[in-house]
Ligand binder design. Sequence first.
Ligand code: TYD
Length: 406
Amino acid sequence: MPQCHICSNTITPFMTFGQMPIANGFLSEKNTATEYFFELEVAHCPKCNAVQLPHQPEKEKMFHTEYPFFSGTSKSMQTHFADFADSVNTEYLAKLHDPFVIEIGCNDGILIKNFLNLGYRHLGIDPSANVADVARSKGVDVITSFFDITEAARIIKSHGQADLFLAANVMCHLSNINSVVEGIQRLLKPTGILVFEEPYLGEVIETTAYDQLYDEHVFLFSAHSVKFLFEQFEMELIDIAPQPTHGGSMRYTVAHKGQHSVTQTVTQQLQKETLLGLCEPSTYKKFKESCEKSRDQLVSLLESIAKRGETVAGYAATSKSTTVLNYCGIGSSLVSYICDTTPIKHSRLSPGMHIPVRPDHEFHDDYPDYALLFAYNHKNEIFQKEKAFSKQGGRWILYVPEVITL
Ligand code: TYD
């Protein structure tokens, strides 16, 4: 039986999404025969309440020199991370002398570059060499590495302890989370703080956003599981704040125990989660049923469109789309291509279902009848940008929180 990555309790999967490829494994025709698949099962740990994948593919299969996800592709994310840096700076750093900031999973530098611009000592850490190079090209100091307790010891020797430790959409990627947290605990000065944000479990459950579950997301955290995780290392959750990103995220602030006051937001969120049933196995049974219903509705909508001879293009070749397409069994007979702005994804096929990915000008050159929006988390930005599509009669298909056409 699998064990919880956080507390080693025995866990039982409450559902499987079936055989899944690597979510960001956009591939060329010649590699389709050797494509890697694993079973995407999901479990809730009744002891620490972390929702997790009991089995995650090896990390080198997911993060490497051709990692195709660049954080800076969305304008709204750039604004979000500038505001994030600004608020953490005002609250914790501005009053310090010569602060030192570390970010793990810094990607193309979208967040940490703001601290570089403030003239602070900083260090980014990212295992994917190609995205780390983009951060370097902006002047960010980056180590290409996976972070754990060993890397933490090395950084303490070379750079000393940090005042601020950051992670955005990263902690949920790390199955060796206990080693990572122990590394953070050692690396943070006694008064230092960790601020991290992630897609939020409560939002996923409430909106049936099952596409947040894919190989990279080994955890979906909540206030309950984050509190448990850090208490194992004499650290405590001191603040919690909802964020609009990724369809509904949560920002967690954590410190060494007793060093900073704990705001009311923590108790309030814990109470909300209890009311929402996030600690109850029955909630996950219902979630599974909601996923099945959503899948059936999306497939029957796409089949009826195909029967009418109308066309559907996917909009944005997101990691999330890999779960949707493979779980629902949607191939190129239902969605003829997926348009995306990321050059490295062009001329490749979507993982598993092998739908061609095309530059977004192909969408503009010849509009389909429908666009299935995989980047619904960037809905406002995209609807604004694609007004002409709707104006000439194009319809959007959304599947979170429910399957609808607009
Ligand atoms: P995101 O939701 O961040 O992806 P993920 O599920 O992988 O976290 O969306 C990023 C992807 O969406 C990226 O491949 C670029 C694409 N995209 C577009 O093609 N057009 C757009 O207007 C936006 C905002 C994103």
